[in-house]
Design a protein. Structure first.
Length: 393
């Protein structure tokens, strides 16, 4: 998408009209809906979709994504957010996207309201080692619980998950009266990042698929075909979901960030998706020239201040890059600030205090929880204010 001056001027006018004068996250609902429609189009026939909740961490946002994509499946990455999501989606199908400590698992169940106890037993808990499985089994036995288990398979990322045979893990499940294998997870965001050397991306993709299939076949041999016929086979993420064209390998795909498309997802596979999320923050001060602290003491050595204009914004130091006004940039010599960010602009840039500057986040989960309010922009107006979920890590 070409981010035009007129687009940002329209959003800025809408923010002013809405009386917003502090940093705010802006979600363009029209572009969000276009991305959701594109995603539905790209999803293979009969493929299930699981929302990566950490990448879209707001109740109203998640409800809209769930409704538009017709799914009740969500993926959480910490016990706090899992508890939040079970309250929002008590009938949802919840899966962990990373293994948790037993202290976190215990805290989740201890804090779960009685009315949600049944929902809490439907969670798919991620296990990456036989020892974690044994810990989950012991915990379930002590609490008289039945737990659903998802085995994390290392399909090439090498960040975690089972390597080699999963026979020991399958034996733990098979011998347990409290654990049921319900799913396999293979995450492969490294695939589109590999250099085009000696056909590495294609070879890595084939190796990833072969590894995942090997584990599925091993589970089928060990547990029997009836036990794995309805197994959830979850793969992908926003960078890779378009690599899957059928249900031969995965029958469920996970994605989240692509719906608002931060800049880390400017990839060839995602060209049809549009940035739908920005940071807007007002300018507090504008100065002529680019002056550094104590520069005036050394002008005879360093010369006059550099040409251009300097501005200071309300807040800063976000994981984001300036996109409007054109030519706006950070100053490496001055440094970054989360209180008043210094930026520089061309001499002719029209900048005044109270004007908004816009930045594009590089990620969504690293940014969205930092803002107490999200301004929802649609049709030239701010039509609503949404709030993020309480902070969790």
């Amino acid at each position: 998408m070409r981010l035009t001056t007129s687009y940002f001027q329209s959003v800025a006018a809408a923010l002013h009209k809405a009386g917003i004068g502090e940093p705010v996250l802006v979600i363009d609902q029209d572009l969000l809906d276009q991305n959701l429609a594109q995603f539905r189009h790209d999803l293979p026939a009969k493929m299930a979709y699981r929302i990566v909740a950490k990448s879209l961490p707001g109740e109203q946002l998640l409800q809209r994504v769930a409704r538009k994509t017709r799914t009740n499946r969500l993926m959480s990455f910490n016990a706090t957010m899992l508890a939040q999501l079970i309250r929002i989606f008590p009938q949802g199908d919840h899966m962990l996207g990373k293994p948790l400590t037993m202290a976190a698992v215990a805290a989740f169940y201890a804090g779960l309201p009685r009315a949600l106890k049944a929902a809490g037993q439907k969670v798919h808990w991620l296990a990456d080692t036989p020892s974690r499985l044994r810990d989950l089994d012991a915990f379930a036995a002590s609490q008289k619980l039945s737990l659903n288990i998802c085995l994390e398979i290392d399909v090439g990322l090498h960040r975690g998950g089972f390597e080699g045979s999963v026979a020991e893990a399958l034996a733990v499940v098979q011998q347990s009266r409290h654990l049921t294998l319900t799913s396999l997870l293979g995450y492969e965001p490294h695939l589109p990042k590999l250099p085009e050397i000696d056909d590495w991306p294609q070879k890595a993709k084939q190796a990833s698929a072969a590894r995942f299939k090997q584990v599925f076949d091993e589970a089928t041999t060990r547990l029997g075909a009836p036990a794995t016929r309805h197994l959830i086979r979850n793969m992908a993420g926003s960078p890779t979901f378009r690599l899957y064209r059928n249900l031969d390998l995965a029958n469920e795909l996970a994605a989240g960030s692509v719906m608002v498309k931060p800049s880390d997802f400017d990839q060839k596979l995602l060209q049809r998706y549009r940035p739908a999320c920005f940071i807007a923050t007002p300018i507090l001060k504008v100065q002529s020239g680019v002056r550094l602290p104590a520069h005036e003491l050394a002008e005879t050595v360093l010369g006059a201040p550099a040409a251009g204009r300097t501005l200071f914004t309300h807040g800063g130091y976000w994981m984001a890059d300036p996109v409007y006004p054109k030519g706006l940039g950070y100053n490496d010599l001055y440094g970054r600030s989360s209180n008043q960010e210094m930026m520089t602009a061309p001499v002719r840039a029209s900048l005044r205090p109270n004007d908004f500057v816009f930045l594009r986040p590089r990620q969504s989960e690293a940014i969205m929880l930092q803002f107490p309010n999200w301004a929802i922009y649609r049709g030239g107006r701010i039509v609503d204010m949404w709030a993020p979920l309480p902070v969790s890590v």
